[in-house]
Ligand binder design. Structure first.
Ligand code: ADP
Ligand code: MG
Length: 195
C-alpha cells in the first residue's frame, strides 16, 4: 500500500507554529535546523527549505552546515518569494534568516497562521554584539525559541558571541573560520563604536 497522506507528528499537530533557532556562528543552528527538517521528511511531511541569496558559502542550492551536513534548498532574493514556493508545504525551513528583509516576519506569521510548521534559524547578534536584522522580532513572535551555543575558541567556555577577526566594518561579511570565531562574552571584543 502506498501512503500518500503525511503522517503528522503528534508533538507538532498541523495547527501552525514558529520555531526559532538562534545563536552565534558555529553554534549548530544549521545542523539543528536540518535535523528537524529531516525528521519531518521521514514523517512524509512536505518540506520546503529557503536561504537568502546573499549567503553563497559552499553551495547555491543546498543549506550546508560547517560540519558538511546538507539539505536541498531554494535560494531566494526576497522574503516574498517564499510565499509562492511554500504554498504546498507542511513544514517550512529558513536558514540565515538574519539576512532577510523585515518582511520575513509577516511571511512567517502568515505561513504559521495557514497551519504550517515554520522553523527559522539565524544569527541573533551581529559582529558588534547587536541584535541582527529581523531576528529579535522573529524571536518575539515565535512559540518556541532555542538558543544554541558554540565553543569559545579562546577559553573552551560556551560561546554566545561571534568575534570578527578582520577589521572590516561592513555588517555583512560572509565568511568562515578565517574571518570569524565563536567567543564567550568574557572574551568577546566588540569593535570600537562608530560615529
Ligand atoms: P551554525 O549554523 O550555527 O553556524 P553549523 O550547524 O553550520 O553552525 O555548524 C556546527 C558545527 O561546526 C559543529 O557541529 C562543529 O562540527 C563545527 N564547529 C566549528 N567550530 C566550532 C566551535 N567553535 N564551536 C562549536 N562547533 C564548531
Ligand atoms: Mg548556519
Amino acid at each position: 500500500m502506498t501512503v500518500t497522506q503525511p503522517i503528522h507528528n503528534p508533538t507538532h499537530p498541523p495547527y501552525g507554529s514558529i520555531e526559532v533557532i538562534a545563536g552565534c556562528m558555529f553554534s549548530g543552528k544549521t545542523e539543528e535546523l536540518i535535523r528537524r527538517l529531516r525528521r519531518a521528511q521521514i514523517a512524509r511531511q512536505r518540506v520546503e527549505i529557503f536561504k537568502p541569496s546573499i549567503d553563497d558559502r559552499y553551495s547555491t542550492t543546498e543549506v550546508v552546515s560547517h560540519s558538511q551536513v546538507k539539505i536541498e534548498s531554494h535560494v531566494v532574493a526576497h522574503s516574498r518569494d517564499i510565499m509562492r514556493l511554500a504554498a504546498d508545504a507542511d513544514v517550512v525551513g529558513i536558514d540565515e534568516a538574519q539576512f532577510f528583509d523585515e518582511g520575513i516576519v509577516e511571511i512567517c506569521e502568515t505561513l504559521a497562521n495557514q497551519g504550517k510548521r515554520v522553523i527559522v534559524a539565524g544569527l541573533d547578534l551581529d559582529y558588534r554584539g547587536k541584535p541582527f536584522g529581523p531576528m529579535p522580532h522573529l524571536m518575539a513572535v515565535a512559540e518556541y525559541v532555542t538558543k544554541t551555543l558554540a565553543v569559545c575558541m579562546q577559553s573552551g567556555l560556551p560561546a554566545s558571541r561571534t568575534q570578527r577577526l578582520s577589521a572590516n566594518k561592513e555588517v555583512v561579511v560572509v565568511g568562515h573560520t578565517d574571518q570569524y570565531e565563536a567567543r564567550h562574552r568574557k572574551f568577546f571584543e566588540p569593535p570600537p563604536a562608530q560615529p
